[in-house]
Design a protein around this ligand. Structure first.
Ligand SMILES: *Cc1c(COP(=O)(O)O)cnc(C)c1O
Length: 303
C-alpha cells in the first residue's frame, strides 16, 4: 500500500486579490479523497484481524464510497455498498466515483435490503459519509499538523475554513484544536458552511457527535439556498475562476459553496489569516464536470 503523504503541505495562493493559505489534503494519496483519508485513518492504520467485509450506504457518486472501496482493496476486505437507485444511464456508462468503486470490486445492493441484516464481528459498518466517532483519530492528526504549522509560521489568530457535508471533519477539527491551543497564545477558529441541508441540519449533525456546543465550529451560510448535487451557474463560474487564478483544481460539489460563502459573509475582508482546507474529492469531478459542460456549454471558453 502506498503510504499517506502526511503532513500534507500548506501553499500560499492568491484569489481575487487576497492571500490565503491552502492546506493540500487532496495530495495525501492518489487514490483517496483527501478528507476521507483523515476520516478513515483509524481503519487504514490499525490492526483488524477479524474484519472481512466493509458495509456502508449512501449516494451512488459519493466520495466516501469510493474511498471505502480503496480502503477495502488495500486491506483485502470485501465491500458492500447500499444505494437507493442506480440510474440506468450510469449503469451503462459508469463514470466518476461509481466507476472507480466498481473497478475496486464494490458490490452494490439495494438500500431496502439493508435494515434486515444483522452484522457479525467480521463486518465493519460505516455510516453514510463516514459520520462516526472513529473519524476523530485521523482528524486529531490533521489538527496537530495545523497547530504545528501555525506555531512555526507564527500566526496568532487563524481561521480555518472549508465546506461541510456531514460536518464530521469540521466538528472534530474544532474540538481537537480547542484542546491543542488551550495552553498556548494561539487561537484557531474553524468556520464552515453546510452543503447538505441548512445550518440547523448541520448543527444537529454536530450534536450527534458532541454535546458541548463550545466545541462546535462556527457555521456561516449564503442567503440563497443551494441544493446538494444540483448545478448552479455561479458555482461553475467560481470553480473556473479559482482554477484560472490559482492553478488548483478544487472539488465541484462542495468547494464552490465554500468559496461563495467566504465572499458573501465577508470572511475574506477580515484581517485574520485564512487557511482554506482542500479536502480532495477530485474523482467526483469526473462526473460533475461533464454535467456542467452540458448545462453551460462554452462557459469554460470565457476563462
Ligand atoms: C466528504 C467531503 C466533504 C464533507 O466532509 P464532512 O466531514 O462530511 O463534512 C467535503 N469536501 C469533500 C471534497 C469531501 O469529499
Amino acid at each position: 500500500m502506498q503510504k499517506l503523504a502526511i503532513p500534507s503541505p500548506v501553499k500560499r495562493i492568491r484569489f481575487e486579490g487576497r492571500e490565503y493559505f491552502l492546506k493540500r489534503d487532496d495530495l495525501i494519496h492518489p487514490d483517496f479523497s483527501g478528507n476521507k483519508a483523515r476520516k478513515f485513518y483509524h481503519w487504514l492504520e490499525g490492526e483488524f484481524p477479524d474484519i472481512r467485509k466493509v458495509v456502508s450506504w449512501g449516494s451512488v457518486q459519493s466520495n466516501a464510497m469510493y474511498s471505502l472501496s480503496v480502503l477495502a482493496k488495500m486491506r483485502e476486505w470485501e465491500f458492500e455498498y447500499f444505494v437507493d437507485h442506480i440510474p440506468s444511464r450510469l449503469r451503462k456508462n459508469p463514470i466518476g466515483n461509481y466507476r472507480a468503486a466498481l473497478e475496486n470490486g464494490t458490490v452494490f445492493r439495494k438500500k431496502t435490503e439493508l435494515k434486515k441484516k444483522e452484522w457479525g464481528e467480521e463486518v465493519l459498518f460505516v455510516e453514510e459519509g463516514g459520520r462516526q466517532p472513529e473519524a476523530e483519530e485521523g482528524i486529531w492528526l490533521l489538527a496537530q499538523e495545523i497547530f504545528d504549522w501555525q506555531k512555526e509560521v507564527g500566526i496568532g489568530n487563524l481561521t480555518v475554513f472549508f465546506p461541510s457535508g456531514t460536518g464530521t471533519t469540521a466538528l472534530y477539527l474544532q474540538k481537537s484544536l480547542h484542546f491543542l491551543t488551550r495552553h498556548s497564545s494561539l487561537t484557531t477558529k474553524v468556520v464552515t458552511t453546510p452543503c447538505v441541508g441548512d445550518a440547523r441540519y448541520l448543527c444537529r449533525q454536530f450534536a450527534m457527535l458532541e454535546s458541548d456546543e463550545k466545541l462546535w465550529p462556527t457555521v456561516l451560510d449564503t442567503r440563497k439556498k443551494y441544493h446538494f448535487g444540483k448545478l448552479y451557474r455561479e458555482f461553475y463560474r467560481l470553480w473556473l475562476e479559482l482554477y484560472r487564478q490559482t492553478g488548483v483544481e478544487f472539488d465541484l460539489l462542495y468547494d464552490p459553496k465554500g468559496w461563495l460563502t467566504l465572499f458573501e459573509t465577508k470572511v475574506h475582508e477580515s484581517e485574520e489569516e485564512i487557511l482554506y482546507l482542500h479536502q480532495g474529492g477530485l474523482k467526483g469531478n469526473e462526473s460533475m464536470l461533464p454535467r456542467y459542460q452540458r448545462k453551460y456549454p462554452g462557459m469554460d471558453n470565457e476563462f
